[in-house]
Design a protein around this ligand. Structure first.
Ligand code: BJW
Ligand code: ZN
Length: 251
């Protein structure tokens, strides 16, 4: 822990790369855990255009339920610690795979959302954007209300086989390349291209720290593995940074 705090305090730029585990302590179920209402489905079976076309009601039900959970959820101590690292230390960017908005709600400003945002929707035909529930619900599916258009409205998230939003991806790669330290937090690291962010950073010489209660495919190559929950580890890192700053101001 001290070695990581030391690296963080000396870094000119820090980036955080986050996955579903970041929000687990806010009560948002991760994708590849064995609990939760939707555990009987693999993400590949729901998060895809083919699943949506085949069964829009099922996929819409999944997103609708998750949207409600996320709206009722509160950022946890880990989200707040990252927001404070951005405000008071050198955390430049939070690169997130999460669609739950919890980083922004905790106060993080420089957030790259690689997989979209569950609060946004758009029409699959005319592209009209819907940010609430102002679409029509016909036969339990969401439909566009533009004149002459009744196409399905889909969530503005990135499904398997779809390209990541170009601007967000480019900003994320730049942040990873510039960073001296990358914190990879609460991700199984199996979904690409997002999972390549720690590797991109490491190639440019960054010190990569993984925070996760379980070992993942990244654990072997990370420079440090802090085993535990992000809601506990991140506040401790923040405390360590504050302590170091205080010590150096006394000296
Ligand atoms: C805690 C904790 C606590 C618990 N504290 N930690 C290269 C190689 C191989 C495959 C591919 C490749 N390139 C592309 C692919 C195909 C595919 C892919 O990667 N497939 C793999 C599964 C094999 N990728 C794509 O299709 C991507 N698009 C693409 O590549 O476009 C180019 C292309 C175009 C056309 C044809 C082909 C290619 C798009 C991927 C989109 C992924 N979308 C989803 C859904 C988003 C919307 C939604 O939320 O519904 O994104 S899937 C799902 O997985 C979601 C997540 O963001 C993503 C990653 O999951 P994450 O966050 O890692 O969660 P978990 O559950 O896996 O892990 C949680 C972790 O937390 C665990 O480790 C726990 O231990 C830990 N944890 N509690 C800290 N308290
Ligand atoms: Zn439309």
């Amino acid at each position: 822990m001290e070695i990581v705090t030391d690296r963080l305090s000396k870094a000119a730029e820090i980036a955080a790369f986050t996955g579903a585990g970041m929000s687990a302590e806010s009560g948002v179920t991760t994708f590849r855990s064995n609990d939760g209402l939707w555990a009987k489905f693999k993400p590949e079976e729901l998060a895809s255009m083919s699943a949506f076309i085949k069964n829009p009601r099922l996929v819409r039900g999944w997103y609708e339920e998750r949207r409600k959970i996320v709206a009722a959820a509160k950022p946890n101590a880990g989200h707040y610690a990252l927001a404070e690292m951005e405000r008071d230390f050198r955390l430049q960017t939070v690169i997130t795979q999460n669609i739950d908005n919890l980083h922004r709600r905790a106060g993080s400003e420089a957030v790259c959302e690689l997989h979209g945002n569950i609060e946004q929707n758009y029409c699959m035909d005319c592209g009209m954007r819907y940010d609430g529930s102002n679409f029509a619900v016909i036969d339990e599916t969401q439909r566009c209300t533009q004149p002459g258009c009744t196409e399905l409205v889909r969530p503005d998230v990135v499904w398997f086989g779809e390209l990541l939003p170009e601007d967000e991806w480019n900003s994320a790669v730049k942040a990873a390349e510039r960073a001296d330290v990358v914190l990879s937090i609460g991700t199984s690291g199996v979904v690409f291209p997002a999972a390549s962010i720690p590797q991109i950073a490491r190639k440019q010489g960054a010190y990569v720290v993984e925070i996760n209660p379980e070992a993942t495919c990244l654990s072997q190559t990370a420079d440090a593995f802090l085993q535990g929950h992000s809601g506990e580890i991140l506040p401790r890192l923040l405390e360590g940074l504050r302590h170091q700053r205080q010590q150096s101001s006394i000296r």
